[in-house]
Design a protein around this ligand. Structure first.
Ligand code: TMP
Length: 250
Protein backbone atom coordinates (compact mmCIF):
# COMPACT_ATOMS: atom_id res chain seq x y z
CA UNK A 1 0.00 0.00 0.00
CA UNK A 2 1.35 3.42 -0.82
CA UNK A 3 1.03 6.15 1.75
CA UNK A 4 -0.91 9.29 0.91
CA UNK A 5 -0.40 12.88 1.94
CA UNK A 6 1.94 13.51 4.85
CA UNK A 7 -0.06 14.73 7.84
CA UNK A 8 2.51 15.07 10.59
CA UNK A 9 6.20 14.43 11.13
CA UNK A 10 6.83 13.35 14.70
CA UNK A 11 10.10 12.50 16.40
CA UNK A 12 9.84 8.73 15.98
CA UNK A 13 6.97 8.38 13.50
CA UNK A 14 5.57 10.09 10.43
CA UNK A 15 1.82 10.04 9.84
CA UNK A 16 0.29 9.80 6.37
CA UNK A 17 -3.29 9.78 5.18
CA UNK A 18 -4.56 6.25 4.55
CA UNK A 19 -6.42 5.27 1.40
CA UNK A 20 -9.73 4.86 3.20
CA UNK A 21 -11.15 8.06 4.70
CA UNK A 22 -10.72 8.13 8.46
CA UNK A 23 -7.52 6.08 8.40
CA UNK A 24 -3.90 6.98 8.98
CA UNK A 25 -0.64 5.23 8.23
CA UNK A 26 1.94 5.38 11.01
CA UNK A 27 5.46 5.09 9.57
CA UNK A 28 8.02 4.08 12.23
CA UNK A 29 11.45 5.72 11.90
CA UNK A 30 14.81 4.76 13.38
CA UNK A 31 15.19 8.29 14.77
CA UNK A 32 15.51 8.56 18.51
CA UNK A 33 15.35 11.69 20.62
CA UNK A 34 15.59 12.31 24.33
CA UNK A 35 15.12 15.19 26.73
CA UNK A 36 12.61 16.88 24.44
CA UNK A 37 14.72 16.75 21.30
CA UNK A 38 17.99 17.89 22.93
CA UNK A 39 19.67 14.53 22.29
CA UNK A 40 19.23 13.12 18.80
CA UNK A 41 20.36 9.92 17.16
CA UNK A 42 19.22 6.78 15.44
CA UNK A 43 18.74 3.23 16.61
CA UNK A 44 19.22 1.07 13.54
CA UNK A 45 16.18 -1.10 12.81
CA UNK A 46 14.19 0.41 15.68
CA UNK A 47 11.29 1.44 13.44
CA UNK A 48 10.76 -2.11 12.22
CA UNK A 49 10.94 -3.55 15.73
CA UNK A 50 8.64 -0.93 17.27
CA UNK A 51 6.10 -1.39 14.48
CA UNK A 52 6.02 -5.14 15.15
CA UNK A 53 5.99 -4.85 18.95
CA UNK A 54 3.17 -2.31 18.76
CA UNK A 55 1.22 -4.65 16.48
CA UNK A 56 1.60 -7.50 18.96
CA UNK A 57 0.70 -5.40 22.00
CA UNK A 58 -2.35 -3.77 20.36
CA UNK A 59 -3.60 -7.19 19.21
CA UNK A 60 -3.21 -8.70 22.66
CA UNK A 61 -4.89 -5.73 24.35
CA UNK A 62 -7.83 -6.01 21.95
CA UNK A 63 -8.25 -9.61 23.13
CA UNK A 64 -8.73 -8.41 26.72
CA UNK A 65 -11.29 -5.83 25.60
CA UNK A 66 -9.22 -2.67 25.29
CA UNK A 67 -10.41 -0.69 22.24
CA UNK A 68 -7.46 0.54 20.17
CA UNK A 69 -6.95 2.56 17.00
CA UNK A 70 -4.93 -0.29 15.44
CA UNK A 71 -6.20 -1.83 12.19
CA UNK A 72 -3.28 -3.78 10.69
CA UNK A 73 0.44 -3.74 10.03
CA UNK A 74 0.95 -3.21 6.31
CA UNK A 75 4.74 -3.35 5.96
CA UNK A 76 7.92 -3.50 8.01
CA UNK A 77 7.63 0.12 9.02
CA UNK A 78 3.97 0.97 8.42
CA UNK A 79 0.74 0.25 10.23
CA UNK A 80 -2.77 1.33 9.38
CA UNK A 81 -4.77 2.88 12.21
CA UNK A 82 -8.10 4.62 12.70
CA UNK A 83 -7.91 8.39 12.71
CA UNK A 84 -8.70 9.32 16.31
CA UNK A 85 -8.59 12.78 17.83
CA UNK A 86 -5.58 12.50 20.10
CA UNK A 87 -6.15 13.68 23.68
CA UNK A 88 -3.04 15.79 24.45
CA UNK A 89 -1.99 13.80 27.50
CA UNK A 90 0.81 11.39 28.22
CA UNK A 91 -0.70 8.81 30.56
CA UNK A 92 2.11 7.28 32.59
CA UNK A 93 1.91 4.29 34.90
CA UNK A 94 4.77 3.47 37.23
CA UNK A 95 5.27 0.18 39.08
CA UNK A 96 8.81 0.97 40.20
CA UNK A 97 10.35 4.40 40.83
CA UNK A 98 12.69 5.43 38.00
CA UNK A 99 13.45 8.28 35.62
CA UNK A 100 11.75 11.60 36.26
CA UNK A 101 9.92 10.31 39.33
CA UNK A 102 13.19 9.46 41.05
CA UNK A 103 14.73 12.74 39.98
CA UNK A 104 11.78 14.92 40.94
CA UNK A 105 11.20 13.41 44.36
CA UNK A 106 14.76 12.38 45.21
CA UNK A 107 14.01 8.67 45.53
CA UNK A 108 16.32 5.88 44.49
CA UNK A 109 15.62 4.19 41.16
CA UNK A 110 14.34 0.66 41.64
CA UNK A 111 12.09 1.22 44.65
CA UNK A 112 9.00 -0.91 44.18
CA UNK A 113 5.85 1.19 44.60
CA UNK A 114 3.10 -0.27 46.83
CA UNK A 115 0.56 0.26 44.05
CA UNK A 116 0.76 1.35 40.39
CA UNK A 117 1.02 5.14 40.26
CA UNK A 118 -0.75 6.89 37.40
CA UNK A 119 0.28 10.39 36.37
CA UNK A 120 -0.43 12.73 33.49
CA UNK A 121 1.82 15.01 31.49
CA UNK A 122 0.50 17.58 29.07
CA UNK A 123 1.66 16.71 25.55
CA UNK A 124 3.29 19.99 24.64
CA UNK A 125 6.91 20.04 23.50
CA UNK A 126 7.22 23.82 23.85
CA UNK A 127 6.39 23.48 27.55
CA UNK A 128 8.51 20.34 28.00
CA UNK A 129 5.52 18.02 28.59
CA UNK A 130 4.84 19.26 32.15
CA UNK A 131 3.29 17.07 34.84
CA UNK A 132 -0.39 18.04 35.10
CA UNK A 133 -3.01 17.32 37.78
CA UNK A 134 -6.43 15.88 37.00
CA UNK A 135 -8.09 19.10 38.15
CA UNK A 136 -5.97 21.09 35.72
CA UNK A 137 -6.90 18.76 32.87
CA UNK A 138 -10.62 19.09 33.55
CA UNK A 139 -10.62 22.80 34.39
CA UNK A 140 -8.59 23.66 31.29
CA UNK A 141 -10.71 21.45 29.05
CA UNK A 142 -8.02 19.04 27.83
CA UNK A 143 -10.34 16.16 28.73
CA UNK A 144 -13.57 15.59 30.63
CA UNK A 145 -13.85 13.92 34.02
CA UNK A 146 -15.71 10.92 32.55
CA UNK A 147 -13.00 10.53 29.91
CA UNK A 148 -10.30 10.48 32.57
CA UNK A 149 -12.19 7.83 34.52
CA UNK A 150 -12.36 5.66 31.42
CA UNK A 151 -8.71 6.29 30.58
CA UNK A 152 -7.61 5.39 34.11
CA UNK A 153 -9.59 2.17 34.12
CA UNK A 154 -8.07 1.14 30.79
CA UNK A 155 -4.55 2.17 31.82
CA UNK A 156 -4.64 0.03 34.99
CA UNK A 157 -6.07 -2.92 33.04
CA UNK A 158 -3.31 -2.52 30.44
CA UNK A 159 -0.73 -2.42 33.23
CA UNK A 160 -2.03 -5.63 34.82
CA UNK A 161 -1.99 -7.45 31.52
CA UNK A 162 1.35 -6.18 30.20
CA UNK A 163 3.17 -6.70 33.51
CA UNK A 164 2.21 -10.36 33.31
CA UNK A 165 3.06 -10.61 29.63
CA UNK A 166 6.55 -9.16 30.14
CA UNK A 167 7.15 -11.13 33.34
CA UNK A 168 6.50 -14.23 31.24
CA UNK A 169 9.57 -13.38 29.15
CA UNK A 170 11.75 -12.36 32.10
CA UNK A 171 11.22 -8.60 31.85
CA UNK A 172 10.00 -6.27 34.58
CA UNK A 173 7.62 -3.57 33.30
CA UNK A 174 8.92 -0.63 35.34
CA UNK A 175 6.82 2.14 33.78
CA UNK A 176 5.29 3.18 30.48
CA UNK A 177 3.51 5.97 28.64
CA UNK A 178 0.20 5.65 26.81
CA UNK A 179 -1.79 7.99 24.61
CA UNK A 180 -5.51 7.86 24.02
CA UNK A 181 -7.80 9.31 21.37
CA UNK A 182 -11.46 9.92 20.63
CA UNK A 183 -12.79 7.78 17.80
CA UNK A 184 -16.00 8.96 16.11
CA UNK A 185 -18.93 6.62 15.65
CA UNK A 186 -22.10 7.26 13.71
CA UNK A 187 -25.00 6.67 16.06
CA UNK A 188 -28.68 6.17 15.21
CA UNK A 189 -30.38 9.00 13.35
CA UNK A 190 -27.05 10.31 12.11
CA UNK A 191 -26.03 11.57 15.53
CA UNK A 192 -22.33 11.51 16.18
CA UNK A 193 -20.77 9.98 19.23
CA UNK A 194 -17.29 8.80 20.08
CA UNK A 195 -15.45 6.36 22.25
CA UNK A 196 -11.99 6.38 23.76
CA UNK A 197 -9.32 4.21 22.17
CA UNK A 198 -5.71 3.45 22.96
CA UNK A 199 -3.63 5.19 20.27
CA UNK A 200 0.00 5.88 19.30
CA UNK A 201 2.37 2.95 20.00
CA UNK A 202 3.69 0.64 22.68
CA UNK A 203 7.40 -0.11 22.34
CA UNK A 204 10.71 0.11 24.23
CA UNK A 205 10.70 3.79 23.21
CA UNK A 206 7.91 4.49 25.68
CA UNK A 207 8.39 2.02 28.47
CA UNK A 208 11.10 0.82 30.82
CA UNK A 209 11.87 -2.89 30.81
CA UNK A 210 14.44 -4.38 33.17
CA UNK A 211 15.75 -7.91 32.78
CA UNK A 212 14.52 -9.81 35.85
CA UNK A 213 17.75 -11.79 36.24
CA UNK A 214 20.45 -9.27 35.42
CA UNK A 215 18.63 -5.99 36.02
CA UNK A 216 19.85 -4.81 32.64
CA UNK A 217 17.89 -2.01 30.96
CA UNK A 218 16.19 -3.24 27.77
CA UNK A 219 14.63 0.01 26.57
CA UNK A 220 15.31 3.54 25.37
CA UNK A 221 17.18 4.40 28.59
CA UNK A 222 20.17 2.71 26.89
CA UNK A 223 20.08 5.58 24.39
CA UNK A 224 19.05 8.33 26.85
CA UNK A 225 21.89 7.41 29.21
CA UNK A 226 24.55 6.51 26.62
CA UNK A 227 24.74 2.93 27.84
CA UNK A 228 25.24 1.46 24.33
CA UNK A 229 23.74 -1.78 23.07
CA UNK A 230 20.36 -0.23 22.26
CA UNK A 231 19.94 -2.10 18.96
CA UNK A 232 20.65 -5.42 20.68
CA UNK A 233 18.28 -4.61 23.55
CA UNK A 234 15.36 -3.78 21.22
CA UNK A 235 16.10 -6.94 19.20
CA UNK A 236 16.17 -9.04 22.37
CA UNK A 237 12.77 -7.74 23.51
CA UNK A 238 11.30 -8.56 20.09
CA UNK A 239 12.85 -12.03 20.04
CA UNK A 240 11.58 -12.86 23.53
CA UNK A 241 8.11 -11.80 22.37
CA UNK A 242 8.46 -14.30 19.51
CA UNK A 243 8.61 -11.58 16.85
CA UNK A 244 10.46 -12.40 13.64
CA UNK A 245 13.12 -9.89 12.72
CA UNK A 246 13.16 -10.99 9.08
CA UNK A 247 12.58 -7.79 7.14
CA UNK A 248 10.96 -6.91 3.84
CA UNK A 249 12.74 -3.58 3.54
CA UNK A 250 15.23 -1.51 5.48
P1 TMP B 1 9.98 9.58 32.81
O1 TMP B 1 10.45 8.80 33.99
O2 TMP B 1 11.08 10.20 32.02
O3 TMP B 1 8.90 10.55 33.17
O4 TMP B 1 9.29 8.52 31.81
C1 TMP B 1 8.24 7.70 32.24
C2 TMP B 1 7.89 6.74 31.11
O5 TMP B 1 7.34 7.43 30.01
C3 TMP B 1 9.08 5.96 30.57
O6 TMP B 1 8.67 4.61 30.36
C4 TMP B 1 9.41 6.61 29.26
C5 TMP B 1 8.10 7.20 28.82
N1 TMP B 1 8.26 8.48 28.14
C6 TMP B 1 7.76 8.64 26.85
O7 TMP B 1 7.23 7.71 26.27
N2 TMP B 1 7.89 9.85 26.25
C7 TMP B 1 8.46 10.92 26.85
O8 TMP B 1 8.56 12.01 26.25
C8 TMP B 1 8.97 10.75 28.19
C9 TMP B 1 9.63 11.88 28.90
C10 TMP B 1 8.83 9.52 28.79
Amino acid sequence: MSAGEKLYEGKAKTLFKGEEPGTIIQYFKDDATAFNNVKKGTISGKGIINNKITELVMHRLETIGIPTHFIERISDREQLVEEAEIIPLEVIIRNIAAGSMSKKFGVEEGIRLPFPVLEYSLKNDDLGDPLIAENHIIALGFAEEEELLEIEEMAYQINDYLRGMFAGIGLELVDFKLEFGRLKIEEDEGEEGYFIVLADEFSPDNCRLWDMETGEKMDKDRFRRDLGGEVEAYQEVALRLGISLETEDK
